[in-house]
Design a protein around this ligand. Structure first.
Ligand SMILES: [Zn+2]
Length: 184
């Protein structure tokens, strides 16, 4: 009867607005990766670590909605934000507005990143899921969120350290308040 089990692992992501085939493929792949990682307890623990503006663990927000982190991730809708202001910053790959259920991806930039580094693509979707559940940003720094997700959600099937810190440093961009609060 678990609510998560009604979603097959490969369920298709929901898109809002026009989406290019390359971005669609990138999101599908990153979502599948992210979903698989959430099955690991250590990865799911990031929802207990981070809290919303009221100081409540994000996991409590999931419990209130009677959703697992996995089911919640699969309920998020995605849109191409390439032409939005936040994506004019070349360090930004994805962004969302707090407590809305649409995650914007910076089109070609996200697609290329997620293709070349699926693990980081998955981490970025999980990063955005935290925001959708109420996590603010700055603080905590965007880069720190992504690094924590990477550390907690590194798949056992892949060697730890495969992602070099240098490789992900440029990929931190995202945030609920893009282009106005010093995000770089
Ligand atoms: Zn962020």
């Amino acid at each position: 009867m678990g609510c998560a089990s009604v979603y097959p692992l490969e369920s298709s992501p929901q898109f809002v607005g026009p989406i290019t085939p390359s971005l669609q493929a990138a999101v599908e792949r990153a979502l599948t990766e992210a979903t698989a990682r959430l099955d690991r307890e250590k990865c799911a623990g990031i929802f207990r670590h981070y809290r919303d503006a009221d100081g409540k663990p994000l996991s409590a927000n999931l419990t209130e909605r009677r959703l697992t982190a996995r089911a919640f991730l699969q309920a998020i809708r995605f849109a191409d934000g390439e032409h939005q202001r936040a994506c004019e910053n070349s360090d930004v790959l994805a962004f969302t507005h707090p407590r809305t259920d649409i995650v914007y991806l910076c089109g070609t930039r996200f697609a290329l990143l997620a293709h070349s580094n699926p693990r980081l693509g998955a981490a970025l979707l999980l990063h955005e899921e935290l925001h959708v559940l109420g996590l603010g940003e700055n603080p905590p720094p965007s880069h720190e969120i992504t690094m924590r997700v990477l550390a907690a959600c590194s798949a056992a099937a892949q060697a730890a350290g495969e992602i070099r810190p240098d490789g992900s440093r440029r990929a931190h961009g995202c945030g609920p308040f893009p282009a106005s609060d010093g995000l770089e």
